[in-house]
Design a protein around this ligand. Structure first.
Ligand SMILES: C[S@@+](CC[C@H](N)C(=O)[O-])C[C@H]1O[C@@H](n2cnc3c(N)ncnc32)[C@H](O)[C@@H]1O
Length: 341
């Protein structure tokens, strides 16, 4: 039995065998050299640390201050320009919607940021995702809701607007966003105050009628809503509105009233309308009503008024079960204010 190899000879022999076996004997022994310790920074005295901390906070505070002052100045300038004493503003028509023709290609860039900041983009998404079956979007404009539709749920889509220019922007957007959905979409350049033809696939009307930010720009909002009631399916049809108008607060309504004419002159929309009153006067049945942004953003879900044919059917059903109520009682309108808050 031979002597076992020592630890050191065992550990050095293996790698040397492979790379340079002939140098094995002549390699100098490894030498241990301690590493230099990392340089240490002396801790600053408490006063110096406090000064550094305050320097670090100064820049963000300065930026925040400049931003607040900037927003304040910008809002004041807008307010001054919108409330300027211009006799021409007294003659702005109730229908200033021709402005959309000129602004069509810059419309989106003008509203993108403010809609995102006020949560309107999120509400558009929420509303559009409710659509299914045969959809009509009224006053569809530049197609700000297009991206949010789930086309797999849509049997047909009808996009309507009286402005050919706004609709042209929307059409381009639809082609980019839903290239697969080209056969069952109809583009209608017409006023929503005129009769609206349902798609050939659904002669009794639309399952969903969506309208966003449009009651502000028509001179006859009640008539427009009533017309939507005519084209929604009498049974199961829904009309969804996302609108802007008067607030819960008198001071804000004062600002809206003072600036409305100048805003309408520039943008084609009267932003001080009482959406609740318009909805009430339309006679449509309110299913849901919610308000956001100090009450200026209105989410409204409506049902069409039952048609005479349907009223007769309901009356028949009521007498079949021995009910004493006539058709008027059975289809009584829910007051819109019952859904308040
Ligand atoms: C403020 S823009 C809103 C566009 C789009 N709905 C949106 O949410 O961005 C108002 C739109 O309503 C359209 N409009 C106004 N009155 C209309 C009417 N009587 N019939 C159809 N479209 C109308 C305008 O042409 C314009 O495109």
């Amino acid at each position: 039995m031979g002597k076992p190899p020592s630890k050191s000879s065992k550990s050095t022999s293996a790698p040397q065998k492979k790379s340079a076996p002939h140098k094995k004997a002549s390699s100098p022994p490894l030498q241990y050299r301690p590493r230099a310790p990392p340089p240490t920074t002396p801790l600053p005295p408490p006063a110096a640390a406090a000064a550094a901390y305050s320097r670090a906070r100064r820049l963000p505070l300065l930026l925040a201050g400049v931003t607040v002052i900037g927003i304040g100045c910008y809002s004041t300038l807008i307010y001054i320009s919108l409330t300027r004493d211009d006799p021409r503003l007294k003659r702005i028509p109730r229908d200033a919607s021709d402005r959309f023709d000129d602004n069509a290609w810059v419309y989106d860039s003008g509203v993108d940021t403010v809609e995102w900041l006020t949560g309107i983009t999120k509400r558009r998404k929420e509303m559009a995702s409710m659509a299914r079956g045969h959809l009509l979007e009224v006053a569809a404009g530049t197609g700000r809701n297009h991206a949010f539709y789930d086309t797999k749920k849509l049997a047909t889509v009808t996009m309507l607007d009286q402005s050919a220019q706004m609709l042209a922007v929307g059409k381009k957007k639809w082609k980019d966003e839903h290239p697969e959905y080209a056969r069952r979409i109809f583009w209608r350049t017409q006023s929503a105050l005129e009769p609206i033809a349902p798609p050939p696939q659904s002669p009794d009307g639309f399952d969903y009628v969506i309208q966003t930010m449009a009651l502000c720009s028509t001179a006859e909002p009640v008539k427009l809503l009533q017309n939507l009631g005519e084209v929604a399916k009498p049974e199961g049809g829904r009309i969804l509105l996302l609108e802007h108008g008067r607030s819960h607060y008198a001071w804000l309504n004062g600002v809206l009233d003072k600036t409305a004419a100048a805003h309408a002159d520039e943008h084609g929309c009267w932003w001080n309308k009482d959406i609740g009153k318009i909805v009430e006067e339309s006679g449509l049945e309110v299913v849901k009503l919610k308000r956001y942004n100090f009450g200026t953003t209105w989410w409204v879900e409506l049902k069409p008024k039952p048609k005479p044919r349907l009223l007769e059917k309901i009356a028949g059903e009521a007498s079949d079960v021995g009910g004493s109520g006539g058709p008027q009682e059975k289809v009584a309108q829910k007051p819109w204010w019952a859904f308040w808050g």
